[in-house]
Design a protein around this ligand. Sequence first.
Ligand code: CA
Length: 223
Amino acid sequence: MSNRTIALDDRLYAYLLANSLREPEVLRRLRAETLTMARASMQIAPEQGQFMALLVRLMGATRIVEIGTFTGYSTLAMALALPAHGRVIACDVSDEWTAIARRYWAEAGVADRIDLRLQPALDTLDRLIADGEAGRFDIAFIDADKENGLNYYERALTLLRPGGIVLIDNTLWNGSVADPARDDGETAAIRALNAALHGDERIDLSLLPLGDGLTIARKRGNG
Ligand code: CA
C-alpha cells in the first residue's frame, strides 16, 4: 500500500478538496461558467490550479509562458500568485474562449499581468526566441493540441532559464496512454512525449498523478 500512489475514490477526493482547496471566489466563478461549456473537460482541476500557484510562489517566478489558455483558469491561478511586476504570456487561437478569460482576469484585477497572444502558439514561441527571450522564463505550462507536444516542449525548454520548469498537462490522458487498445493520434503523441522526457538528460523529471497527469520537467544547468 504505502510504496505506491494512493487511488482516489469520490469520497477521498471530496475529503482532499474539503481539507485543502483554497480556491479564490473569482476562480470558483470562472470554473462554474466554464463547466457549462461543451469543452468543459479542457479545464484543469482546481487542486491542480492551486498546486501550480504554489509552484509560482515556491520558485519566486516572475516570467511565465502558457501554451493553451482556453477560458483562462490556469492563467488566472498563476497570475494571482505572481508579484505585481510578474507577467504571463498566454498563447491561444480562440477569441471566443479567451474573451471569457479576459473578463475574469479583469475582474480579478490582474489583467495587466497577462499578455494574451492570439495566434498559433508555435508562432508566438518562435517569435520570443527570435527576439532574444531564450533562457529568460521561469515556468512554461503546456496544455494545448497534443499532436504538437514535442514541438512545444522543445521551444519551452529553450525559453526557460536553467532551474526553470516545464509543466505539461494531460500526460496520463484519462488512462489511455497505458491502454494498448488506444492508438489515436493524440494518445500516440502523448506517449511519444512521455517517452522522450523519460530519456531526456537535459531535465529533472516527475510525472504527478494530479488532475489528468501533470509532468514537471526542471531544466538542468547552472543558475
Ligand atoms: Ca488540459
